[in-house]
Ligand binder design. Structure first.
Ligand code: ADE
Length: 252
């Protein structure tokens, strides 16, 4: 059984504690499929004020995370797991953008994954040069710190670990798994505020339902994220349906 193992280095472990103790991530940790340890970088500062940041050389505004506490925290993580391999990732808006293939890659990672959460404006460059294997961003915007990004990475990777989602949850064909967006879903009642569930879903005709779902996946992708169609795995039939949909939506 694979187990995904993270050590999160942060100045604000409280930001992560709540989300890791709810719902699917909580259950994954209880089932021992996911191990997340939170390390407070401030515990590795050496002065009585527990200083983790300092002003930048060269005299610009803002603060920079000091290297010593970060190095000491990484040393402590490694000392706790002698003989193990580590992959050290810095969460930063300068990183490669995290996507589904990256989540899949991390979900298969056997080394312990150290997630280093930057804060303030910057982190001393020597941390990047010597400790960090890769930088990941969760999107082209700037967060107040890497903590929310670390949670996103943990969540997206953990749900791909076998056993983390229950049968019911993983039965869904999720968006992105095959490069397409998900089709619409409905539950009871069959009619709600005048809006009916598509007839085909009530028909019991499994083949027709499968065709409808594929078509609606293609429609959602065409209308919301047409860029994904360039890399999605499409059959001849998919291409025919896409042509039909383009006509239907006057997209040519
Ligand atoms: N820290 C600040 N902004 C971030 C982003 N977009 N992704 C990852 N870490 C970040």
């Amino acid at each position: 059984m694979t187990k995904l193992r993270f050590d999160v280095l942060t100045l604000f472990p409280g930001i992560l504690a709540g989300p890791l103790s709810e719902s699917i991530l909580k259950r994954a940790r209880e089932k021992d499929l996911l191990d997340v340890r939170l390390w407070n970088i401030r515990d590795f500062t050496a002065d009585k004020h527990r200083t983790a940041d300092d002003s930048p050389y060269g005299g610009e505004a803002g603060m920079v995370m000091k290297p010593e506490p970060v190095f000491a925290a990484v040393d402590a993580v490694k000392a706790e797991h002698p003989g193990e391999g580590f992959l050290t990732i810095l969460l930063s808006p300068q990183g490669r953008v995290f996507d589904h293939p990256a989540a899949e890659r991390l979900s298969r990672e056997r080394r312990r994954i150290i997630l280093l959460c930057g804060h303030y404006e910057a982190i001393d460059e020597r941390v990047k040069e010597t400790l960090v294997d890769e930088e990941l961003s969760i999107g082209d915007y700037v967060l107040t710190g890497g903590e929310l990004a670390a949670l996103v990475v943990i969540d997206a990777a953990a749900r791909l670990v076998s056993g983390v989602l229950g049968d019911e949850e993983s039965a869904y064909r999720d968006s992105f798994g095959d490069g397409l967006l998900d089709h619409p879903h409905y539950t009871r009642p069959a009619e709600f505020r005048g809006r009916k569930v598509p007839e085909v879903l009530l028909s019991g005709n499994h083949d027709a339902i499968m065709r409808w779902r594929r078509k609606e996946s293609l429609r959602a992708t065409l209308l919301k994220r047409p860029d994904l169609l360039r890399t999605a795995e499409l059959t001849k039939e998919d291409l025919r349906v896409l042509d039909e949909l383009k006509k239907e939506h006057n997209l040519h």
